[in-house]
Design a protein around this ligand. Structure first.
Ligand SMILES: NC(=O)c1ccc[n+]([C@@H]2O[C@H](COP(=O)([O-])OP(=O)(O)OC[C@H]3O[C@@H](n4cnc5c(N)ncnc54)[C@H](OP(=O)(O)O)[C@@H]3O)[C@@H](O)[C@H]2O)c1
Length: 278
């Protein structure tokens, strides 16, 4: 019997992309600790598989780690096949993303924008097209987009990154209004700097350019957040779980560090007349 036939229908199954990274790892862990079955993805198949096994062992929840590059059609198709066995997928957490910087007029900036759009914007859209039809058919589903404060405001040297995240937020705001009446909620989290390998890499690159110390640069990064504190990945995970469990779509949450701010209140998600789960 396939796992999808054995499962308790009250137990949600979540797909978390980029689960081998900082925020995705925290989301996958919190979900599994709360009994949510997790299909976790990473670009390295062995690392992803080991992550899934570790999660299952640590939490006692059924979890699986598989390869996914959101720009690679072959891995997307393989994911769909795996998800048909493991799922159905109730929640999609679009977390996988990249953040590189370049001066606005540099030659590298336009190719960078195209590359990052493929991951940060078209990546979540590809996952939506794979899994939203099933959610709509079943009359329930949740999509949580991990955008960024760069979806809400500008910063120097990140025209490319900021464009990808503004695009994701704009798309999600509109798609949320279209999908809420069909039982599917799409909400977006916009964290400021989070304590993850991505931020470590930014600090490393600033160190190379400026010669400043790690300590100094970490304090500088924290000072860029409105609260003066770097966001913990576990805080983002908590908000993702609340949004996935909630009954609103189109919610937009800003995370300045140590607190949350609701940018968009969201709209009610329709509960299907057939009594499907929401
Ligand atoms: N850190 C921050 O300050 C911050 C702030 C706001 C928003 N965010 C957003 O939060 C999300 C997670 O970032 P993070 O800080 O946790 O970074 P991270 O630790 O570097 O993790 C990024 C994850 O994305 C995956 N990834 C990258 N390119 C991919 C691709 N083409 N296909 C599939 N997966 C891909 C990586 O896979 P591998 O593990 O295989 O490398 C990794 O698991 C990103 O969307 C980022 O823009 C981060």
């Amino acid at each position: 019997m396939a796992p999808s036939e054995q499962r308790d229908s009250a137990t949600p199954t979540a797909l978390v992309t980029g689960a081998t990274g900082g925020i995705g790892g925290a989301i996958a862990r919190l979900f599994a600790e709360n009994g949510v079955r997790v299909l976790a993805t990473g670009r390295d198949p062995d690392r992803a598989a080991a992550f899934g096994r570790g999660l299952a062992t640590a939490t006692g929840t059924e979890c699986l780690g598989v390869e996914l590059d959101v720009t690679n059609q072959g891995t997307l198709e393989a994911l769909k096949t795996t998800a048909e066995e493991f799922g159905p997928i109730d929640w999609v957490i679009n977390n996988a993303g990249v953040a590189d910087t370049a001066p606005v007029l540099s030659q590298s900036n336009q190719p960078l924008l195209r590359r990052m759009m493929e991951v940060n914007f078209y990546g979540p859209l590809r996952l939506f097209h794979l899994f939203a039809p099933g959610m709509i058919e079943r009359g329930h589903g949740r999509v949580v987009q991990i955008a960024s404060s760069a979806a809400l405001q500008g910063y120097p040297y990140v025209t490319a990154y900021s464009s990808t995240k503004h695009a994701l937020l704009g798309w999600s705001r509109s798609a949320a209004l279209e999908c809420a009446p069909k039982g599917v909620g799409i909400s977006t989290i916009c964290p400021h700097y989070v304590d993850t390998p991505l931020t470590d890499r930014s600090i490393e690159s600033m160190k190379e350019k400026t010669g400043r110390t790690d300590e100094d640069l970490r304090a500088f990064v924290a000072g860029q957040n409105p609260s003066g504190v770097i966001v913990a990945p576990e805080e983002v995970a908590k908000v993702a779980l609340e949004l996935a469990r909630g009954d609103l779509g189109g919610v937009v949450i800003e995370m300045p560090g140590g607190s949350t701010e609701t940018i968009d209140e969201g709209v009610a998600i329709a509960v299907p007349a057939t009594g499907g789960r929401n």
